[in-house]
Design a protein around this ligand. Structure first.
Ligand code: PPE
Length: 305
C-alpha cells in the first residue's frame, strides 16, 4: 500500500481509506485520465516543488488535447498540491495529480461523464533503485514500438498511453532487464517506458525529437538547459537503434527516474559499462538544482508556503 494519509479529491482533503471512485467510472473502462508525476525536494530553504508550473501546464495541455474541460483552474490544482504536501507533512515527495472522467454513463464517448480531479503525494525513492543512479541499469530494446502518430497523441500524458509502457516494462523485466527502450513507428529510438533518453558520443549529446513519439519530458527540458549551461552541444534528431550500441554514454531522464545511467543495452556494453563522466557531471548538477544547492533558473523551484 502507498503510505499517505490525506488525498485531495475535487477540492477536499479526504482520508486515504475514503479516497474511492465508482467501478463504473469512465476512466477505469477506457483509460480517460491525464496525469503528472512531480517531485518535491527538501532544500536548505525548505521543501520545494521542481518545475511545478510546467507540470501543471502539461497536465492542462493533456486535457485540452482530449477536449476535457477541467472544473478547477491551474492555480486551484497547485493549491491542492500544496495542501496535500502540508497535510501529509511531506518534504521530499512524489506528487501525482490525476484528472479523469468519472461516473455518469458508460459508452466510449467521454463527454457524458464528469471531470474529476485528485492529488496525492508520498515518499518515493530512486525509481530504478539507488544503485542504478550510481552504476547504471541494463536495458533492452523493446519488441513493442511506441504509439504511432495518428493513433494516440504522445504529447498528452494520458493514462491510456501507459498500456504501451506496461508492455515495454513487463517484457524487459521478464527478460531479466531493468528497463525497456522502445523504438518509434519508423524504427528510430523513442524513449523508455517512463523516461526520455539521451546518448553521448564524442562529447556531443543527442536526444530523440518529440516527433519520435517521446513524451515532452520536463526533466528532458531541464537536462537540455543544464547541458547547455555546462557547455555541451545538444542535438535533437532521429536516432537509429545501433547508435545506442556505439554511444560513449547513455542516460534516461524523468521525474521519477531523475538521471539514470544505462550501462548495457541488449547485452552490449555502453562505453565502459558504467556511469560515464558526462552523465555524472549532468546528474550532479541536476541533483544540486532540485535540492536547491545551485540555481540555474529561479522559477524552477516553488517553495511550499
Ligand atoms: N516518457 C514517459 C513515457 C514518461 O512516462 C515520463 C515520465 C517521461 C518520459 C519523462 O517525463 P518528465 O517526468 O516530464 O521528465 N514518467 C512519469 C511516470 C512514471 C511512473 O512510473 O508512473 C514520471 O517520471 O513521473
Amino acid at each position: 500500500m502507498i503510505n499517505t494519509q490525506k488525498i485531495w479529491m475535487d477540492g477536499k482533503l479526504v482520508d486515504h481509506d475514503d479516497a474511492k471512485i465508482h467501478v463504473l467510472s469512465h476512466v477505469i473502462h477506457y483509460g480517460s485520465g491525464f496525469f503528472e508525476g512531480i517531485r518535491s525536494y527538501d532544500t536548505p530553504k525548505g521543501a520545494a516543488i521542481f518545475r511545478l508550473d510546467e507540470h501543471i501546464k502539461r497536465l492542462f495541455d493533456s486535457c485540452k488535447i482530449y477536449r476535457t474541460e477541467v472544473p478547477f483552474t491551474e492555480e486551484e490544482v497547485k493549491d491542492g498540491i500544496m495542501e496535500v504536501l502540508k497535510a501529509n507533512n511531506l518534504k521530499g515527495s512524489y506528487i501525482r495529480p490525476l484528472i479523469y472522467r468519472g461516473y455518469a454513463q458508460l459508452g466510449v464517448n467521454p463527454l457524458t461523464c464528469p471531470v474529476n480531479v485528485m492529488v496525492s503525494a508520498w515518499e518515493w525513492g530512486a525509481y530504478l533503485g539507488e544503485e542504478a543512479l550510481k552504476y547504471g541499469i541494463k536495458a533492452q530494446t523493446s519488441s513493442w514500438r511506441r504509439l504511432a502518430p495518428n493513433t494516440m497523441p504522445t504529447m498528452a500524458k494520458a493514462s491510456g498511453n501507459y498500456l504501451s509502457s506496461q508492455l515495454i516494462k513487463m517484457e524487459a523485466l521478464e527478460n531479466g532487464y531493468d528497463e525497456g527502450i522502445a523504438l518509434d513507428y519508423q524504427g528510430n529510438v523513442s524513449e523508455g517506458s517512463g523516461e526520455n533518453l539521451f546518448a553521448i558520443r564524442d562529447g556531443v549529446i543527442y536526444t530523440p525529437t518529440i516527433t519520435a513519439s517521446a513524451l515532452v519530458g520536463i526533466t528532458r527540458d531541464s537536462i537540455i538547459k543544464i547541458a547547455e549551461y555546462l557547455g555541451y552541444k545538444i542535438v535533437e534528431q532521429n536516432i537509429p537503434r545501433e547508435f545506442l550500441y556505439v554511444a560513449d554514454e547513455i542516460f534516461l531522464t524523468g521525474t521519477a527516474a531523475e538521471v539514470t545511467p544505462v550501462s548495457f543495452i541488449d547485452g552490449i556494453k555502453i562505453g565502459k559499462g558504467e556511469r560515464g563522466p558526462v552523465t555524472e557531471k549532468i546528474q550532479d548538477l541536476y541533483f544540486k538544482i532540485v535540492r536547491g544547492e545551485f540555481t540555474l533558473d529561479e522559477n524552477w523551484l516553488t517553495f511550499i508556503k
